[in-house]
Ligand binder design. Structure first.
Ligand SMILES: Nc1ncnc2c1ncn2[C@@H]1O[C@H](COP(=O)(O)OP(=O)(O)O)[C@@H](O)[C@H]1O
Ligand SMILES: O=C(O)C1=C[C@@H](OP(=O)(O)O)[C@@H](O)[C@H](O)C1
Length: 326
């Protein structure tokens, strides 16, 4: 069944598996066609056309059959504006129709080789681990884990709670974020942990959580930027595939300045505005960590999060199992 979506211009990303999209075509600044799989949609080819009735974050469409309307809800985030896919450094996650297609295709190609293996994203603060990780997990049908959520005393010191969360994660493809779990268990934020305990305490828990996660499957883990500093963490991440998101410091500082430094305690003690704080501290940290020069991956600054997700999927490192930090 072909579905004409005349109103759409650009897509964030789509949970195509949930609606059985076989094919998406269209221009970033024009209309698009969505081809649903027969099986999922259970509609006959003829007499069907599609009208977008509503738009916004979720779409609702109507499959028009002769004289009758059948509503189909589907999760296809879209931009209603008649604009090109936005500039890369914007705050949005929009991606073009082409990108969404490529991502879907690549994920299908790669999934059999992954065999449920976890993907760890590493990189400096602001490099896009959370943003890209969510996209990747969605397209792969993996659970997403912003590993920081577990870096708190409630989860790590309470084996029952930790196990409960890990079981939920293991059993579902739901998306988790540190914020959600923090709210659920009333746990402190990373910034609070740094303030009330210490960075060392945080690092200990970070390692503990990575150890637990290394026993699991089908996870995309957005690690904290500092996870690379402990060799033991690399040992855990070696159980899966580790990909470094390498972004120039100026771009990182710009991104962080745009959202503020509140959630990034390592930047709190620097003087100056958010951009300067971020740039100064990140320069020091990146020298200390020195991962970029060692792994030499390509710079992903000028790519959208979806394009980066594609890069992760097709990365040759995927087949070399991980990027090693010597
Ligand atoms: N490829 C990208 N292009 C532009 N902005 C991006 C990109 N990836 C992420 N961002 C933005 O940068 C900020 C930090 O991203 P985030 O995913 O939280 O990074 P991390 O988890 O690595 O700290 C967010 O505001 C996000 O929207
Ligand atoms: O670089 C770091 O040492 C840190 C990065 C943060 O995560 P993000 O990379 O997600 O910002 C968080 O783990 C903590 O504030 C320490």
């Amino acid at each position: 069944m072909e579905i004409a979506a005349g109103a759409t211009t650009s897509l964030h990303y789509c949970t195509s598996s949930s609606i059985g999209i076989e094919k998406i075509s269209g221009k970033t600044n024009g209309g698009g066609f969505f081809k649903f799989s027969e099986k999922r949609c259970n509609e006959k080819k003829k007499n069907n056309s599609f009208v977008v009735l509503n738009s916004g974050k979720r779409w609702r469409g109507a499959v028009m059959k002769t004289g009758e309307r059948k509503f189909v809800d589907f999760e296809l985030s879209c931009s209603y504006k008649n604009t090109q896919a936005p500039a890369v450094e914007s705050e949005t996650n929009y991606t073009s129709v082409d990108e969404a297609l490529i991502l879907k295709k690549k994920s299908q190609d790669v999934a059999p080789y992954l065999s449920g293996c976890c993907i760890y994203l590493v990189g400096m603060m602001g490099s896009g681990k959370t943003t890209v990780g969510k996209i990747l997990s969605e397209v792969l049908g993996y659970s997403f884990l912003d590993s920081e959520f577990g870096f708190n005393e409630f989860l790590c010191n309470d084996p029952i709670m930790l196990n409960a969360v890990l079981i939920i994660i293991n059993d579902s493809c739901a998306h988790f974020s540190d914020k959600l779990v923090e709210q659920a268990v009333g746990a402190p934020s990373v910034a609070q942990i740094f303030k009330e305990y210490s960075e060392e305490f945080f690092r200990e828990n970070e390692t503990k959580v990575l150890g637990d996660l290394s026993l699991m499957r089908r996870l995309v883990v957005a690690t904290g930027g500092g996870a690379v500093i402990r060799p033991i963490n690399w040992k855990y991440m070696k159980q899966g595939i580790t990909v470094w998101l390498d972004v120039p410091l100026e771009a990182l500082a710009r991104r962080i300045a745009a959202v503020g430094t509140a959630s990034r305690p390592l930047l709190h003690n620097e003087p100056g505005d958010a951009y300067t704080k971020a740039l100064v501290r990140l320069s020091v940290l990146s020298e200390e960590r020195d991962v970029v020069s060692k792994v030499g991956l390509r710079d992903v600054n000028d790519l959208t999060p979806t394009a980066i997700a594609v890069e992760v999927l097709i990365s040759p490192f995927l087949f070399l199992s991980h990027v090693r930090f010597n």
